[in-house]
Design a protein around this ligand. Structure first.
Ligand code: AMP
Length: 174
């Protein structure tokens, strides 16, 4: 996956000092890179029964749309507070300072939907963990969590230890 990793742009001190922002725009604007990333996930999940892709705002939507098409699944958008127009299920989660929250439409998932959660990047796992809670509260089952990038230093995989986590590229101690 070194060739995929080379397509991720790192922007120091964005959006605030001390953060190394891992930017996937350079990967997805590269025709080979986007296809390779999508194909990796399709190969991994092709024979696993999945009903819904649950994509996390906003970069997860890009990957989620492509995966839903290839895996013949429905696509559910997990969005930040106040963006979805209908009745929502909401889950708050802890940030380093303060809290954030994620929402999905109440009718987006029904028991016993098998759901694959996708986002561009796994950091602390707070966003994905809250999304998994929402899915389960609506009667869905989380069959896996898929990310292009993982930052192991932030221990997201441990926070998501009861789920199957897959990532393509890892930035550790960098
Ligand atoms: P977390 O909830 O801590 O796992 O953070 C994951 C979410 O925040 C994802 O939706 C990422 O897009 C975003 N994110 C967190 N840290 C970074 C980073 N260093 N570079 C790019 N995106 C990040």
């Amino acid at each position: 996956m070194e060739s995929l990793k080379a397509l991720v742009r790192t922007i120091p001190d964005f959006p605030k000092p001390g953060i190394q922002f891992r930017d996937i725009t350079t990967l997805i604007q590269n025709p080979w890179g986007f296809k390779r990333a999508v194909d990796e996930f399709v190969t991994h999940y092709r024979y696993q029964p999945i009903d819904k892709i649950v994509a996390i705002e906003s970069r997860g939507f890009v990957l989620g749309g492509a995966l839903a098409h290839h895996l013949n699944c429905g696509l559910v958008m997990a969005r930040k507070k106040g963006k979805l127009p209908w009745l929502v299920e909401r889950q708050e989660y802890q940030l380093e300072y303060g809290t954030d929250c994620i929402e999905i439409h109440k009718d987006a998932i029904q028991a016993p939907d098998r759901c694959l959660i996708v986002d561009d990047l796994l950091a602390t796992g707070g966003t994905c963990g809250a999304t998994c809670q929402l899915v389960e509260r609506l009667g869905g089952r989380v069959v896996g969590c898929a990310f292009i990038i993982e930052l192991p230093d932030l221990h997201g995989r441990e926070r998501l230890s009861k789920y199957n986590v897959q990532s393509l590229v890892s930035f550790e101690g960098e």
